[in-house]
Design a protein around this ligand. Structure first.
Ligand SMILES: Cc1cc2nc3c(=O)[nH]c(=O)nc-3n(C[C@H](O)[C@H](O)[C@H](O)COP(=O)(O)O)c2cc1C
Length: 348
């Protein structure tokens, strides 16, 4: 296959990608003791280094940000050193790799927090059981206004640590119902202070994170993942969220970061009436920077959508897990293996 997917793509003057195919972030729960990345992850990522850009699995920015077992961190010296080995493997294989910065907010549990409650914008809990354990989620505690700067600093420190670990940049995980996304939706943010109520207030936490990160690393090396449409972790559909994201997207645009990456799982055609269509077209309408789409695309659909200018780059998650040589296979028109959950057990 010879098409737009294999064109070089200049994200900005700092980052030239060798094609338009991105490896989407995938949590794999393979970290070793103290949330240090497993050296075997070096080979896992290096095998996929012919992607235009790899985005790592979500990586915990502070000790209270964890919500799943053995997810790696980026807040201790040992974790930074562990990641150096992995970035080195990817760079040796001529790849580029961003670290995804993650705090799960209310999706954590006292079992990860020495008995403390998870933090969130508001004290509204998830209802079901946590994955990987038999525990039910507990109601989080709302962050006090005076604590918020500390959390913004966690993100900025984590970004700085990522650069120290030789990552090419960072992706702020602002999607999928985790801490940042909890600020952006009315069903999880009922704060009455400066971090709630209006589109401006609800966007403030994320915009302050972007600004804090931009003071410590080059903003051209910062991307963000967003999910304006409610579809996961009990974020509820609320028409008012559209105004929050319209405001937010225009503010992100002003900041001239590397890209926005949309997250939708398992349904390419999912449409949100209150966003006026698909998530990627809603973002495209409100943001003119680089746009990465993701979610159940196959290479042909993705190439067509790029040619129609619906977005600029495509991220594949499950296809990349099932096919380490995805780029070669797409180029050669070879059949692709389909994803199944057993693949998560394998290290590479
Ligand atoms: C095993 C697995 C782990 C995932 N972990 C993350 C993650 O850490 N961060 C994130 O933003 N999305 C995560 N996702 C979502 C994917 O990045 C992607 O949005 C989703 O799988 C849809 O893309 P696909 O159809 O190409 O698989 C994960 C998906 C899978 C299947």
């Amino acid at each position: 296959m010879n098409n737009s997917l294999f064109e070089k793509y200049k994200l900005n003057e700092k980052l030239q990608l060798k094609n338009r195919i991105i490896m989407a972030p995938m949590t794999r729960c393979k970290a070793i003791k103290n949330l240090i990345p497993n050296p075997a992850m070096g080979q896992y990522y290096a095998r996929r280094a012919d992607a235009g850009l790899i985005i790592t699995e979500g990586t915990i920015i502070s000790a209270d940000g964890q919500g799943y077992p053995n997810t790696p961190g980026i807040f201790t010296a040992d974790q930074i050193n562990g990641w150096k080995y992995i970035t080195d493997e990817v760079h040796t294989a001529d790849g580029k790799i961003f670290l995804q910065l993650w705090h799960v907010g209310r999706a954590s549990h006292p079992m990860y927090l020495n008995g403390a409650l998870p933090v969130a914008p508001s004290a509204i809990g998830l209802k079901g059981r946590m994955s990987y354990t038999n525990f039910f989620y507990e109601t989080p505690r709302a962050l006090a206004l005076k604590e918020i700067p500390k959390y913004i600093e966690y993100y900025a420190n984590a970004a700085l640590n990522a650069i120290e670990a030789n990552f090419d940049g960072v992706e702020i995980h602002g999607a999928n119902g985790y801490l940042i996304d909890q600020f952006l939706h009315h069903s999880t943010n009922i704060r009455t202070d400066d971090y709630g109520v209006t589109p401006e207030g609800m966007s403030r936490f994320l915009l302050e994170i972007i600004d804090a990160i931009a003071t410590v690393i080059d903003k051209k090396r910062v991307g963000i993942r967003l999910s304006p449409g409610a579809y996961v972790l009990e974020i509820e559909r609320d028409r008012r969220d559209a105004q929050v994201f319209e405001f937010l997207l225009k503010e992100i645009e002003k900041r001239q970061i590397a890209y926005i990456h949309t997250a939708i799982e398992h349904d390419i055609n999912i449409v949100f009436d209150y966003l006026g269509g698909k998530v990627s077209s809603f973002v495209r309408k409100n943001y003119y920077g680089n746009l990465i789409a993701c979610g159940s695309y196959n290479p042909i659909l993705a190439a067509n959508a790029i040619e129609n200018n619906e977005f600029d780059l495509i991220a594949f998650a499950r296809l990349f897990l099932a096919n380490p040589d995805l780029i070669k296979k797409i180029k050669a028109g070879e059949a692709l293996f389909t994803y199944h959950n057993d693949l998560l057990k394998e290290v590479n």
